[in-house]
Design a binder for this molecule. Sequence first.
Ligand SMILES: [Zn+2]
Length: 145
Amino acid sequence: MPEAKKPEIGAEIEALCPKCKGATVHVIEVIKTPELMKVMCKTCLNSHRFRPPKGGATKTLKTPKAKKPKLDPQTREERKWNRLLEHADKEKAVSYSMNSSFTENDVIDHTKFGVGVVVKILDHGKITVIFQDGLRNMVQNFKTR
Ligand SMILES: [Zn+2]
């Protein structure tokens, strides 16, 4: 206990109340020793022996665990990109060229957008690639069109 304040008659003290079944504020009525006091519960006005509140500590209101702060600035797409790249073979990344032909899960190395993974073949001439900054539709098979 940090404070060495002597209890005095009439002072308020937190104690365990047998009637309220919990720690409530009590008023000290009789002091024999700091451990042996008669207190009156301010809630139910019942006088009884002083009992220190559970755990000896003052109100330990259970604070519900705070929701996870949004530390993660990653977008859903970025996480997906991370996940995909974890399993992707970056060694196999091919430089993107709109003349190339791609298939799903191909790893692309784009000069501007970086490494991406082909997530969808839209049609013969278009693919959807996930890059770190999101999804992009890219051209493929350009020369054959
Ligand atoms: Zn009470």
